[in-house]
Design a protein around this ligand. Structure first.
Ligand SMILES: *[C@@H]1O[C@H](CO)[C@@H](O)[C@H](O)[C@H]1NC(C)=O
Ligand SMILES: *[C@@H]1O[C@H](CO)[C@@H](O)[C@H](O)[C@H]1NC(C)=O
Length: 832
């Protein structure tokens, strides 16, 4: 028996050593400067928004991790795992969100970044449901206070006396900061609450209390109980190099190993081993340090609170405050959700409301704050111009020279596509993420947009994937880390600015009396830039030159060659080509493996990119108009017209009845290459087609054709009739994507609600597509507990990345869109 246990110890050690070896490797140069970016809102609203949005679960890569939007500061994270045997904990410990931990769903059931929310984690492998309720309480000069209630409830089939280890991991970075765990009454641990006291320049003085809480703490009559006190919380305070302290799991295990080593040295492993949970208890060693691990062991269900009180906020928070705040937060969330996203028929049933709340809360609760360096290759190798035939081989060679370097540090406030798989900023996803968020909280949205544009370089480039810092890089394979400043990505943030301008126009001059002035409450901060139109306009004025810079960068660096090939087009300028193509992929377009002309050619022109440029021009004209810049409006409208002309001149195929990419054939002649699918619809999707366009009928036909794009689960990315349908990686070659379907639904709505020849067709497609998309995402969510990256066009099943609560969450907006089904049929009958 004893030797069996000893063997388990040894196995545990092998794994620990591998982890610890990893710890030594991860070093990056500590940042010497911080880049806060230029504040765009100088006003009081800006300050108040900063305070109101300072804290949050802004480490979405963790199941639960709270931090402020401050580069180097206080960071917290929760770890837990059941412990029934000596080797259990290494497999059961949970910290970063992972796809392979057998979760039966997890995420925010309700979340409001101004107040807080509730998350439940269905951790079936650990036999428990863990709930994290988080609230924020404003006040003082340092972003206010916050508290979290951590509650574990064992599943029915878990042993009643199951032991669970819970560790709360706290770090404090920054030169002029300090953090200390106060000693308890007993040297070996704490019978009651644990208190940490800290200070930093940006947070002032603060106190962090981990309460004793409720739950049975297991007993042991083993000899070492006098020094490894059962029934107690223990704290270990440590000092680590700053660049390592994000590695919570390796650090925890290193400290656990130290304790296990002591047991082995003292022969406890062979003679009379203590029970597993006691082996894995840290030695109590509280004090000063930049890393503090607060550890508890429970038998059965448990609950405790973590309470952060900012000294400048005045009164310290208590568990009673927390209980009250959780209740009020839930009530206010429910009320606001019902008014902002009230689902319209046929989705006005309770099940859709619960679904919508979860989808939206996970999107908005997934917002994170990231800080650190980024890997960029600025070598500007001539091969990156991609001017020669066979350019993709040359660029591959240039990339292989590994000229990349670390840049920054930068900071980014952003939402993310998926907590386990893509916990970082993605440019083309972000525009879609922010559309529902803008309906909930426009000022938060504007903060995020500002944060992205602060990353833009002097040329006008923003890297498409933002992998900031060592923690973010640890999730990305080396070959995908480098960003290239000649690579673009769909400029979807313009969609968000458009939504803002539209809201601004709607509220301008139409506010109820007395609402214009600023009030302290959070709900009004969420709309402060609309309630005070001059603040909204000031924001636009500051952002406008950055948008122009990005637009110019697109037109310069992604220019296509119209003139060399005697193409007939009304504009000799408006034609574009994504850089970064290979024979198999065009990652920069966002539609990775969608079929493009073969082989790639420097004379290629991409219809989706021309559409994006047109959408940007339209948006700039719109903003110019709101800012009263008549000359600019004229300039951008001219470009828009040229784009509209060239979409038809360069990309319309009369034979195929859709828009297509163009390339140069073996005889040096222009040739259209048509793979029907999302790309064929792009001028429509980006809002560049008028309701009476002579091309519209064909596109609607293509969308509605079951042998081409239509499926009962949404529009397929590629036509069923295309030779590449469902082939190779099959990423954008048949699956249904929600972001593109959302764009289609919006445009169909626009056509359906204006007079024109296609009104009735559009109304029919709108109603059916809206229903199909919501039903599909709902079904998979109901079955699996998750939102998915894409949906199978044949079965409707969610596939690829799990917990993809990024743009899939657009279903919330889709459900809230007008129902045209009922009145539509009514009108048809009336007309007959
Ligand atoms: C936001 O608030 C924090 C904490 O009070 C402060 O350190 C930071 O400088 C503020 N940022 C801005 C842009 O005002
Ligand atoms: C708001 O209304 C004023 C007065 O009618 C007008 O001059 C201004 O252009 C409007 N602003 C926007 C953004 O529509």
């Amino acid at each position: 028996m004893a030797s069996g246990r000893q063997l388990s110890f040894v196995l545990a050690f092998c794994w620990l050593n591998a982890l610890l070896a990893g710890l030594g490797l991860a070093t990056t140069a500590a940042a010497s400067t911080t880049d806060d970016g230029e504040p765009i809102l100088h006003s009081e609203i800006g300050r108040q928004n900063n305070q109101s949005l300072l804290w949050g679960p802004y480490r979405p890569n963790l199941y639960f991790g709270v931090r402020p939007r401050i580069p180097k500061s206080l960071m917290t994270g929760l770890m837990w795992g059941k412990i029934e045997s000596y080797t259990d904990f290494q497999h059961t410990v949970r910290y970063t969100c992972e796809q392979n931990e057998g979760m039966k769903g997890y995420g925010w059931e309700e979340y409001d970044p101004r107040r807080g929310g509730i998350q439940t984690i269905h951790d079936i492998q650990n036999g428990l449901d863990l709930t994290t309720s988080f609230v924020k309480v404003p006040g003082g000069a340092h972003g206010g206070s916050w508290a979290a209630r951590i509650k574990g409830v064992l599943n029915e089939d878990a042993p009643k006396d199951q032991k669970t280890i819970v560790a709360f991991y706290v770090t404090q970075e920054g030169d002029d900061s300090e953090l200390q765990a106060l000693k308890g009454e007993d040297d070996n641990g704490y019978e009651g609450d644990v208190t940490l006291k800290g200070h930093s320049e940006s947070l002032g003085n603060y106190k962090l209390v981990v309460t004793k809480g409720e739950g049975i703490q297991p007993k042991s009559d083993h000899d070492i109980s006098t020094i490894r006190g059962p029934g107690q919380t223990v704290v270990q305070s440590l000092t680590y190099p700053e660049e390592q302290i994000w590695q919570a799991k390796p650090i925890l295990f290193r400290q656990l190993k130290e304790g296990v080593d002591w047991l082995v040295e003292n022969k406890y492993d062979v003679q009379d081993p203590p029970p597993p949970w006691q082996v894995y208890m840290l030695t109590n060693r509280p004090g000063a340090g930049n890393v503090h691990i607060v550890q508890k062991v429970f038998e059965g269900d448990f609950e405790f609170d973590v309470i952060f009180s900012s000294e400048s906020a005045g009164k310290e928070l208590t568990s009673a405050d927390l209980s009250r705040e959780i209740k009020e937060t839930t009530e206010s969330f429910g009320e606001r959700f019902s008014s902002v996203f009230a689902p319209k028929a046929p989705f006005n049933a309770d099940k859709f409301k619960k679904f919508g709340r979860s989808m939206f809360s996970n999107l908005i609760g997934g917002i994170g704050y990231f800080y650190g360096q980024s890997v960029v290759d600025r070598s500007y190798a001539p091969e990156y111009d991609e001017e020669n035939e066979g350019f993709w081989e040359e660029t591959a060679e240039a990339r292989a020279r590994n000229q990349q370097a670390l840049e920054g540090p930068y900071e980014l406030f952003t939402s993310i596509p998926s907590r386990p798989f893509f916990p970082r900023g993605f440019l083309w996803d972000e525009g879609f993420h922010l559309l529902p968020i803008a309906d909930w909280d426009i000022d938060l949205t504007l903060e995020i947009v500002k944060s992205w544009f602060n990353l833009m370089d002097e040329d006008g480039w923003i890297g498409r994937e933002q992998i900031l810092g060592a923690e973010a890089r640890s999730k990305v394979p080396g070959e995908f880390q480098t960003q290239y400043p000649h690579y673009a990505n769909p400029p979807t943030l313009f969609l968000v600015i458009d939504a803002f301008v539209e809201k601004l126009r709607k509220t301008n001059g139409s506010l109820p009396a007395g609402r214009e002035h600023l009030s302290q409450d959070d709900a009004s901060l969420a709309t402060a830039s609309l309630d005070n139109p001059e603040v909204g306009l000031e924001y636009l004025r500051r952002l406008y030159p950055l948008l122009q810079r990005q637009f110019n960068w697109f037109r310069r660096t992604q220019a296509g060659d119209i003139k060399s090939y005697e193409r007939e087009a009304r504009s000799s300028k408006e034609g574009y080509r994504w850089r970064g193509r290979t024979t198999t992929h065009c990652l920069t377009s966002g539609l990775d493996d969608y079929p493009r002309p073969q082989p790639p050619h420097p004379g290629e022109l991409h219809v989706d990119l021309l559409s994006w440029v047109g959408a940007m021009a339209k948006s700039l004209a719109n903003i110019g108009d709101a800012l009263g810049l008549a000359q600019d409006v004229d300039t951008y409208n001219k470009i828009l017209t040229a784009v509209e002309h060239n979409l038809d001149d360069l990309h319309w195929s009369a034979r195929d009845g859709c828009y297509c990419d163009a390339t140069i054939d073996d005889f040096e002649e222009n040739k259209l290459v048509c793979h029907k699918g999302y790309i064929s619809l792009f001028p429509f999707l980006t809002g560049l087609l008028k309701a009476d366009s002579p091309r519209l009928g064909k596109l609607l036909q293509l969308m509605g054709d079951e042998d081409e794009l239509w499926s009962p689960h949404g529009l397929r990315s590629l036509s069923k009739a295309d030779e590449f349908y469902g082939t190779a990686e099959n990423y954008w070659r048949s699956p249904v994507w929600i972001n593109i379907n959302y764009l289609a639904i919006v445009q169909l709505y626009n056509v359906a609600t204006q007079d024109g020849p296609h009104k009735e067709t559009a109304r029919d497609l709108y109603s059916r597509l809206r229903r199909n998309i919501v039903d599909t995402v709902y079904q998979s969510w109901e079955e699996t507990g998750f939102a998915w990256e894409q949906y199978n066009p044949e079965t409707g099943k969610g596939q690829r990345t799990q917990h993809f609560t990024g743009w899939t969450s657009l279903v919330v907006k889709i459900m809230a869109m007008e129902d045209l089904e009922g009145p539509g049929q009514q009108r048809v009958r009336d007309e007959l």
